[in-house]
Write a protein that binds this ligand. Structure first.
Ligand code: GDP
Ligand code: MG
Length: 441
């Protein structure tokens, strides 16, 4: 995955103060290969890489994130953007019924989707009607009726025994039927071929013309990879569509098709299908797909948490002090609380690739310990916090009494504090706390 590729590049970037052009180019190369491996179409990869490079080169030096994290953040943000950014909602007609037409190759999952959509709409309080306009294959109508029954939604189909019905006629009559029976949404299932052909496109276009859909959804199997682009272009030109549905995401598809189709057609992805059951269906979330392509969900979470917990100004001050060894107990407390806000230290370290050594080092600083340290520091006067060297024996006794601990604990903390300066310096490099002068090494 992209994650595997990036990890090695990130290892080299970790701890650098600023991204060099060479670093960015090397990272971009790996991202490029990874995207191609995820079946993203070449022109899309080019456009994407161009964008990421531009942003990385212009990026401000972040205090909260190290360069490696910054690159991942940019790549992730660009992926989310190219996948559509916000989740796009289904367009509903002002005057019902809303007509949703499904188009796509045979086997892409249209009929299954019709059932899923019907169930989903029903749960939202709509009264959908399924319409069987795939009259090409003998059992296509029955298949739709079966999923309709499972969803508890009626199916409008040509009367049996009338020979082969005309799908355009069925489509036309279905809208009248919907009005009569007070269905507010009509889902039109259409025929597909194994490959794109003119007759299929013409039929779909004819159905489109009589029902005037509020949404035409292009249904595409995420597993078809590179072919998704040519197929999408053919449907865009032949029928036109207002949205995309990705199916079979439960397979090992990397999501490259999603990226390509969205980018090439400019149409948003509305839904994702991830299984054969009617419930295996959800609104499409660009951010989730981005982490799937990136394969770095945990790292992304860590980056988010690091940014949230981090106060830029305090960081700058602390970073400068870390470098000169002027860290006070006050800073120490603040830093600990900042780390704390990121969640239990154990989880935090587990998310970092290659954090093995750090784990050993921090294993002794658990949450209960942090609580005690905090209590002791709060029991000190501001002068004592600013200048820990002045904390003599009688002061230690007073502090211990005030914060309800043994003198031994106070001794421990003071000794630890000087040790911790060293540790914080290392953390500054690893976590990107000290992006400023004296930070990363
Ligand atoms: P259509 O020809 O476009 O109507 O496609 P179908 O709805 O008949 O689906 C073709 C096959 O793909 C069927 O065997 C479905 O069960 C299966 N299928 C559809 N959607 C999904 C999905 O999201 N995941 C999986 N694993 N199979 C799916
Ligand atoms: Mg079908």
């Amino acid at each position: 995955t992209l994650s595997d590729r990036l990890t090695s590049v990130l290892q080299n970037l970790r701890g650098k103060g600023k991204l060099s052009d060479a670093d960015i180019d090397a990272t971009a190369r790996e991202i490029r290969i990874a995207l191609l491996e995820a079946d993203v179409a070449l022109p899309v990869v080019r456009a994407f890489i161009g964008h990421v490079k531009e942003r990385a080169k212009g990026a401000e030096v972040s205090e909260a994130l190290n360069p490696a994290q910054q690159v991942v953040k940019i790549v992730n943000e660009e992926l989310v953007a190219i996948l559509g950014g916000e989740t796009r909602r289904l367009n509903l007609a002002k005057n019902p019924p809303t007509v949703i037409m499904l188009a796509g190759l045979q086997g892409s999952g249209k009929t299954t989707l019709a059932g899923k959509l019907a169930l989903w709409l029903k749960k939202q309080g709509h009264a959908p009607l399924l319409v069987a306009c795939d009259l090409q294959r003998p059992n296509a109508v029955t298949q739709l009726q079966v999923v309709g029954e499972r969803a508890g939604v009626p199916t409008f189909a040509p009367e049996p025994g009338n020979g082969v019905g005309d799908p355009v006629d069925v489509a036309r009559r279905s809208v009248d039927e919907a009005k009569r029976a007070q269905h507010d949404v009509v889902v039109v299932d259409t025929a597909g071929r194994l490959g794109v052909d003119e007759e299929m496109m013409r039929q779909a276009a004819d159905i489109r013309d009589v029902v005037q859909p509020d949404e035409t959804l292009f249904v595409v199997d995420a597993m078809i990879g590179q072919d998704a682009v040519t197929t999408a272009e053919a449907f865009r030109d032949g029928v036109g569509f207002s949205g995309v549905v990705l199916t079979k995401l439960d397979g090992d598809a990397r999501g490259g098709a999603a990226l390509s189709v969205r980018h090439v057609t400019g149409q948003p992805i509305l839904f994702a299908s991830n299984g054969e059951k009617l419930e295996d269906f959800d609104v499409f979330h660009p951010d989730r797909m981005a982490s799937r392509i990136l394969g770095m969900g945990d790292v992304l979470t860590l980056i988010e948490q690091a940014e949230q917990a981090f106060d830029q100004e305090k960081a700058e001050e602390a970073a400068a002090k870390l470098g000169t060894g002027e860290l006070t107990l006050e800073d120490f407390l603040e830093q600990m609380l900042a780390v704390r806000k990121m969640g239990p230290i154990g989880n935090l370290l587990g998310m970092l690739p290659g954090a093995g050594q750090m784990k050993d080092q921090l294993a002794q600083v658990d949450d209960a310990h942090l609580d005690r340290l905090q209590a002791i520091i709060r029991g000190m006067t501001p002068e004592e916090r600013a200048n820990p060297k002045m904390i003599n024996a009688s002061r230690r006794q007073r502090i211990a009494r005030g914060s309800g601990v043994a003198v031994r604990d106070v001794n421990d903390l003071v000794n630890r504090f000087f040790e911790a300066r060293k540790m914080m310096q290392q953390m500054a490099g690893r976590f990107g706390f000290g992006g400023g002068p004296g930070g990363g090494k």
